[in-house]
Design a protein around this ligand. Structure first.
Ligand code: MLT
Length: 234
């Protein structure tokens, strides 16, 4: 089985370096347009366009794993092509749309990025990404490699993404939810709400980890994924 690992914002596939060691699956870690090695693409107008982009290079059936914005993209994939989703791994993410304040904050940030480049995004988000100080230089390097156009397109796509609460009860694919106990962007309460709404989900909370729980505690996350794959014969 292939696992397609979809990164968060404003990050790239390097965040999943440790997940490539997970046994029993083949791993694909695409960079989304405008992030990592992938140039920005004018075709990206909304979250659904990232889903189309990921699906275009994915096999007929796969396990889709998304961290934060990657999770928003997983929900778009589950809506567009449920028959291709054999399993879901939702890491530090949520199904709800932005609040009105959250949306306004994204549009204010787009204006700032237009004038100042991506520095304001990096400075505002880095403190919330990890609690382990030794990981911050690496996370900063990953964030700083994002393109201005890619960051603006993703901010707009996230601001306009639909609420997916209605979708959860219809997702029958086995789902593993993972959340860092210290995640303040998508806290454990979001993960618990998703677990309760999904028909076939289990939830793992990772102690002493914030938003990038997969980077902070790779061994715990990898073990949980290996168990998930074997329990569901994926
Ligand atoms: C992410 O990590 O992808 C972002 O924090 C998601 C968001 O800003 O909603």
């Amino acid at each position: 089985m292939q696992i397609i690992w979809i990164h968060g914002f404003p990050l790239n596939s390097q965040i999943f370096e440790a997940q490539r060691k997970i046994k029993g699956a083949e791993h694909k870690t695409p960079d989304l347009p405008g992030f990592g090695r992938q140039p920005p693409a004018p075709a990206i107008q909304g979250i659904g366009d990232y889903a189309t982009y990921v699906l275009a290079s994915s096999p007929k059936e796969a396990v889709f794993a998304g961290l934060s914005m990657g999770g928003y993209i997983c929900f778009a994939i589950a809506r567009m092509a449920p028959e291709r989703v054999r399993g879901l791994i939702l890491i530090d993410t949520k199904e709800t749309a932005d609040t009105a304040d959250g949306r306004k904050g994204r549009f204010d940030m787009i204006e700032k990025v237009q004038k100042e480049g991506i520095k304001p995004v990096v400075e505002s988000m880095l403190p919330k990404m990890v609690i382990n100080e030794s990981l911050k230089p690496k996370v900063r390097q990953i964030m700083e490699s994002s393109s201005k156009e890619g960051v603006m397109a993703a901010l707009r796509a996230m601001a306009e993404r639909p609420d997916c609460s209605d979708l959860l009860p219809r997702i029958n694919a086995p789902t593993l939810i993972v959340v860092g106990e210290k995640d303040t962007i998508t806290p454990p309460s979001d993960a618990e709400r998703m677990k309760n709404a999904l028909p076939n989900a289990s939830l793992i909370k990772i102690a002493n980890a914030a938003h990038l729980s997969n980077m902070e505690k790779p061994d715990e996350l990898n073990a949980a994924v290996e168990q998930f794959l074997s329990r569901h014969h994926l």
